[in-house]
Ligand binder design. Structure first.
Ligand code: VTB
Length: 320
């Protein structure tokens, strides 16, 4: 993964974050998402890559832009062929409510290295580098937390687990409470939460629970760059979803995917905060038609984690 592409990708997530942040708190999920999609799509045109969206806004017939299979980038003979997993606004509801942890995100891999995940649910578990190897989706939450606690050298009571606040997680939440670990319930945004599990100083040790499968691949890419760990298993609600997964090339529908099976090889992850979150600050409007963004870009090849504070001046560059 070429080093100098990193800053190009930050400009794309910045554009999406700036556009969607305009909709913060306005209660309009769709509009916020559309603004991010439009801005991201536009920003791609200036980057010299031979990109294919493999995780995107949906299938071609349901997503007019950034659909799965769409070619993005400014093509040239030496443009590198890459696969792209993106979510222009991860946490649409968060943005619409002005909540915590909405981000604009892109993950990139060399062609063929992302799992082509269907738009279904995924059972996920994620932890940081210090606990890598301790998690296993086949074990109970209790066992996983105990193993992570041991690796981290602290009692289970000091382990903090992030869980999406959903009725489907009732038993999971009850089990973690019984064990005595700390829980952070979040309304949305489990990509931010997964990254937080590997982000020094976030106070979060583990993410457990069921969220979107495409976001699982994006989270796995982030964890590859951070040296953390991630596992996922697709969860289907009906036969139509199973058929969709089969159509996308998934052979074993019950398979437990390791981090390397979700995102392999040289991976890059890039995100910009839309609202304040556990590892990124949100877009801040400044006086005089200026704004700041806070982004991270990281590469698995080198392990470099680069955070970028940018000041945008719209009186000189009306990009949003
Ligand atoms: C949401 C969202 C997550 O999965 O939870 C969604 O907040 C699916 O869950 O960030 P629901 O259908 O219960 O809302 C994510 O989008 C990603 O995993």
């Amino acid at each position: 993964m070429e080093r100098n592409l990193a800053l190009e990708f930050v400009r794309i997530t910045e554009a999406a974050a700036l556009a969607s942040a305009r909709w913060m708190g306005l209660g309009k999920e769709k509009e916020a998402d559309q603004a991010a999609v439009d801005a991201m799509r536009r920003a791609f045109d200036s980057v010299r890559i031979d990109g294919t969206v493999v995780i995107g806004e949906g299938e071609r017939d349901e997503a007019p832009m950034l659909f799965i299979g769409e070619k993005v980038g400014r093509k040239s003979d030496d443009a590198p062929p890459i696969d792209i997993a993106l979510d222009p606004l991860e946490g649409t509801t968060i943005c619409a409510k002005g909540g915590v942890g909405a981000i604009a995100v892109i993950a990139v891999a060399e062609r063929g290295n992302f799992l082509h995940a269907p738009d279904t649910y995924m059972d996920k578990i994620a932890c940081g580098p210090e606990a890598k190897g301790a998690i296993d989706l086949d074990l109970s939450p209790t066992e996983n937390i105990r193993r992570v606690a041991e690796k981290l050298g602290k009692p289970v009571e000091d382990v903090t687990v992030v869980i999406l606040d959903r009725p489907r997680h009732e038993a999971l939440i009850a089990e973690v409470r019984k064990l005595g670990s700390r829980i952070q319930l979040i309304g949305d945004g489990d990509v931010s939460a997964a990254v937080a599990a590997a982000w020094p100083g976030s106070g979060i040790d583990l993410l457990i629970g069921i969220g979107g499968a495409p976001e699982g691949v994006i989270s796995a890419a982030a964890m590859q760059c951070l040296g953390g760990d991630f596992q996922g298993r697709l969860k289907f609600r009906n036969d139509e979803e199973r058929a969709r997964a089969t159509k996308m090339g998934i052979k074993d529908l019950d398979k437990k995917f390791t981090i390397d099976e979700l995102a392999r090889g040289k991976v890059m992850f890039c995100a910009t905060g839309v609202t304040d979150g556990p590892f990124l600050k949100g877009v801040k409007a400044l006086p005089g038609r200026r704004a700041t963004t806070h982004s991270v870009v990281m590469r698995s090849e080198t392990g470099t984690i680069r955070t970028i504070d940018t000041q945008h001046n719209f009186t000189k560059k009306a990009n949003v």
